[in-house]
Design a protein around this ligand. Structure first.
Ligand code: AMP
Length: 281
């Protein structure tokens, strides 16, 4: 695996590879890698000649300073994992390399409705930060494919919107959420859960599974209220448990039984915010 720290060097290297006919797959991450991240590397390797991973804990997408400060960093282990799993290139920039001292004058992206609901509503500014970093990374890497996890459902939609807005030819490949044997969606933040929080954390996926099992055409409010109460009783502070149109994320309160929908949740266990989602059809 070749490691780059400078955007210009990486860009130069990848332009040569692309010009020689190599398909480039890109997996952007914030590190503290787990098998979910590695599965994205695997999907990229299946379809691309060259797989590029980036590890960068992007400050502009954190709406909570404490969450940024405590974000897990396990760089040596990450490099080892990437190497063992056949990643070709690792981009390891610092904030200066990404933002070029322009942190105070970053662009604003018109992502519309997506910024007003769910993660957009509860994490003010978060998706602007995601767009800023992903736009810059796409400019540097110019991948044919970008591999993203369904775990961050709304983020996948935001990045699709960003790619349409900036009019570049990168295909978005959304890959399934990898879970622990007890159903908890793998996440870098899971490292921060203590033993009792880790035990409780499964209640999010269990709640989404219950919604999937119980949902019927008609009003959905009772089911959503039940889900929030269930998480609250288990010791979570739920930001939301919602059922939304799987294609647009429009909130659905009455379901016709055929529209593809997604159950989606975000909840705190003490300091740690967990998110998950489940397609219902
Ligand atoms: P992060 O490092 O959390 O920013 O995630 C980097 C990429 O990995 C994003 O596209 C995530 O959606 C994806 N990802 C995170 N967790 C999982 C998971 N459990 N399964 C599959 N992909 C994931």
């Amino acid at each position: 695996m070749i490691l780059f720290k400078k955007a210009a060097d990486l860009s130069h290297f990848l332009t040569q590879k692309a010009n020689a006919g190599n398909k480039i797959g890109f997996v952007p991450t914030m590190g503290a890698l787990h098998p979910g991240h590695i599965s994205l590397i695997g999907y990229s390797k299946m379809n691309c000649a060259l797989t590029v991973c980036c590890i960068f804990v992007n400050p502009t997408q954190f709406n909570d300073a404490n969450d940024f400060e405590k974000y897990p960093i396990t760089l040596d282990k990450d490099i080892d994992l990437l190497e063992k799993n056949g990643c070709d290139v690792l981009f390891l920039p610092d904030a200066k390399e990404i933002y070029q001292n322009r942190l105070s004058s970053l662009p604003h992206y018109d992502i519309g409705y997506l910024e007003t609901v769910l993660e957009g509503k509860y994490r003010s500014g978060h998706f602007q930060g995601v767009c800023q970093v992903v736009h810059r990374l796409l400019d540097i890497v110019k991948p044919h494919n970008i591999y993203l996890g369904q775990k961050d459902y709304q983020q996948c939609m935001v990045i699709k919107k960003l790619i349409a807005l900036i009019d570049i030819k990168t295909d978005v490949i959304i890959c399934p959420t990898l879970r622990e044997p007890d159903g908890l969606a793998m996440s870098s933040r899971n490292i921060r859960l203590n033993v009792s929080e880790r035990k409780k954390a499964t209640k999010i996926s269990e709640t989404l599974q219950f919604i999937k099992k119980e949902i019927k055409p008609g009003q959905l409010n009772e089911l959503k209220d039940w889900a929030v109460k269930k998480l609250t009783t288990e010791g979570f502070k739920a930001d939301y448990v919602e059922i939304a149109n799987a294609a647009t994320l429009e909130i659905i309160n009455k379901w016709d039984g055929t529209l593809p929908i997604v159950a989606i949740a975000a909840a705190y266990l003490n300091e740690i915010r967990l998110i998950d989602n489940l397609l219902l059809q």
